[in-house]
Design a protein around this ligand. Structure first.
Ligand SMILES: [Zn+2]
Length: 413
């Protein structure tokens, strides 16, 4: 095998071109699942896969698989991949580095004359971001069996459109029952991703190798109070849904800061009120609350504390509360041997690296349910992500793609 050369200029051009496929004004990237931009982005990625000589297929929820056949088709393949959907007002590297970077890793391996024993398969996951349905990683949840097909089919977006309608409109028509993959259908899964945190940059370290992914959970609370004229409704006896919601948001902060674990974090990221007029008492509030921790026990204790507080607050304020646990997921523990393989590759190449915890969750969290996994993190400037000024340098990407390529080559034999 000749030495690996990553064509970083071509890869950077492709990252820039995908970033121009957006629902927003560039440089802002917005690519919500099954929007026009998402569908055009998928076509762009598929074109690159075809040009790289990969065999394409898609499953019923729109997960895309691009395969480089191995010498021994009896062996389970090695997989890599990430997502190209982007939240509103995002940047161009989150997810994309793991998709386009994987294509470049495969191209580089091919060019070097490498011939893997196992097939190497790129997966572009559907809806890693929770924007459309309030739940993230829809594609990998279905693949791993964490989300039941009937539950997925019934997911609805803000306009009342179901996942089932939307995926069919996008051309993914099979039965959702067919999406789930058997355990150990892949020998390994490795996802390249920007860190979305500041640690690698602080420490001036090129590569983070993920050992564990923090356990996420999402609560949705619908509060129904009583509206009325802002002038005519006197203060005693008001049943203001916004004020109940505001108290709940503060209770979230109290629960996570008092959990006893420094890793517990809680965010009330959605807070919508109706009718939303300055002269009207808010009659309805919708809150979506994200709570995470590396430990299940402290995360779950915080969830219970938040739910208990919400019940008390709403009772006291005469507001009707409906709580839904959208997801309560376990943490993922990465495969120690795979982590060591990647660490050895870094050592061998003289690339600075450290093992770390991912506090953001990724499709790997769910792939870990069916096969050995790890993630390769590269730094991003200031730890900034989910913003248009998200930035990772071409050199940092090149190093990440190099380590990914070597890890895939080793895992594929
Ligand atoms: Zn991502």
């Amino acid at each position: 095998m000749n030495p690996l050369t990553i064509d970083i200029r071509r890869l950077q051009r492709e990252i820039d071109e995908l970033a121009s496929i957006t629902e927003a004004e560039p440089p802002v990237v917005t690519r919500v699942l099954f929007s026009g931009a998402d569908l055009r982005g998928r076509e762009f990625v598929k074109k690159l896969c075809r040009e790289a000589g990969l065999t394409l297929r898609a499953d019923a929820v729109g997960n895309i698989f691009a395969r480089w056949e191995g010498a021994n088709e009896k062996l389970p393949p090695v997989a890599t991949g990430s997502h190209i959907d982007a939240i509103p007002n995002a940047g161009k590297y989150d997810g994309v580095v793991g998709v386009l970077g994987a294509i470049e890793a495969i191209r580089a391996l091919k060019k070097s004359g490498h011939r893997p024993q196992r097939a190497i398969e790129l997966i572009v996951f559907t809806a890693e971001e929770p924007t459309r349905f309030g739940i993230g990683c829809v594609g990998s949840r279905l693949l791993s069996g964490v989300l039941a097909p009937q539950k997925a089919a019934a997911l609805r977006d803000r306009d009342g459109k179901s996942l089932d309608e939307l995926r069919r409109d996008a051309g993914y028509t099979g039965s959702l029952d067919s999406v789930r993959l058997p355990k150990n259908c892949y020998a390994a899964f490795v996802e390249l991703h920007i860190e979305q945190g500041p640690i690698l940059e602080w420490e001036n370290t090129a590569i983070g190798i993920v050992e564990k992914i923090a356990a996420p959970s999402t609560l949705r609370m619908e509060l129904t109070g009583v509206g009325g004229h802002a002038g005519g409704t006197l203060m005693p006896g008001r049943r203001d849904a916004l004020l109940a919601g505001a108290e709940i948001a503060l209770a979230v902060e109290r629960a996570v800061t008092g959990s006893g674990s420094p890793d517990t974090v809680g965010t009330t990221g959605v807070f919508r009120i109706e009718p939303g007029a300055v002269n009207s008492v808010p009659c309805r509030a919708l809150l979506e609350i994200d709570v995470r921790d590396t430990k299940v026990a402290t995360r779950d204790a915080a969830l219970v504390q938040i739910e208990t507080a919400a019940v008390e607050i709403c009772q006291r304020r005469g507001v009707v509360l409906e709580t839904d646990r959208l997801n309560v997921d376990p943490p993922a523990v990465c495969d120690a041997a795979l982590v060591e393989t990647t660490a050895d590759i870094c050592r061998h190449l003289g690339v600075s690296h450290r093992k770390m915890i991912s506090r953001a969750y990724h499709d790997t969290l769910f792939m870990a349910q069916i096969c050995s996994c790890t993630m390769i993190f590269i730094p991003c400037r200031g730890g900034v992500s989910h913003r248009p000024d998200e930035f990772t340098s071409p050199e940092q990407i090149e190093t990440g793609v190099h380590i990914l390529a070597q890890t895939l080559a080793q895992a594929a034999g």
